[in-house]
Unconditional design. Sequence first.
Length: 336
Amino acid sequence: MKKLIEKVVTVSSPSGRESAIREAIVEEIKPYVDDMKIDPLGNLIGMKKGSSGKKLLLDGHMDEIGVVVTHIDSNGFLRVDSVGGLSPYMLLGSRLIFETGASGVVDVEGETAKELGETIKNLDYDHVFVDIGAIDKKDAENKAPIGTFGTYDSTFVDLGKRIVSKSMDDRIACAIMIQVLKELDKPKDDVYFVFAVQEEVGIVGASVAAFDIMPDMAVAIDVTAGPDTPKSFKRMGFKLGGGPTIKIKDRGSVSSARVVSRLKEVAEKKEIPTQYEVLIFGGTDARGYQTTGRGIASGTVSIPCRYVHSPHEMVDYDDVLNAVRLLKGLAEEGVE
């Protein structure tokens, strides 16, 4: 499965520009679905037919954080703004790849050592620039004109039990869903696999993806910030390698008690290690499904992840495999 993960995480597709990752996912799932469509917003929805008459929806957002070019100065340096929650501190010294193919290095301005120190201390996008090697403004405009989107330009690294890359948030969920599709033979319910757009800019895709499906249950799959590094958040207790987490709540939603119970029942029956997650910030596509139509019983299965929204997000491979087992088991057992 690592080859699949590498394939999906290395595609550059920020929020609102998901066509490249969507095409890659279509290529993977087409032989395994009974039906497939792309809705007007760009969500990719595959369906595998069951026998119960009920509907289960699994969701993983396929967009990633990024930047967009906002200005080009006379020397060809780019100014950018974030697309999603990308801190300027995470950008410093990193490489970016733009949708035009241009590549650049991020740095910060400062005319004196004192000014530079103060700027870094209070860093914002007004003081960050991107050098794409342009010789002047015209050259830069040809390579990455205003309005061009970009993402981190970083590589996939296999550390054995741990794997590292940009866009584990949330391509790891996309890989998990693809693998579930490949392994799932006889689902009890009709299972809808939603590869959603624009989660990072406000849970946009999930807010409409289920409108004409109205499933009996929706489960978002996402990453959750790993609180297991030195001096990390002490009010949370899950960790890498402890199994996928069953979310209780985050800042965006409270998981349906029915969904939490059903996931726990399946995990216990299949002897799959899981953890409970109470996230003290953030949110997932579950919120979008909760508020769709007349409302959908929704929850989240998360993959613990270190260094979220950085160029080098880290997950545990066993957590990924156990998430596949859990979601496959849910599809086989049904929503009940």
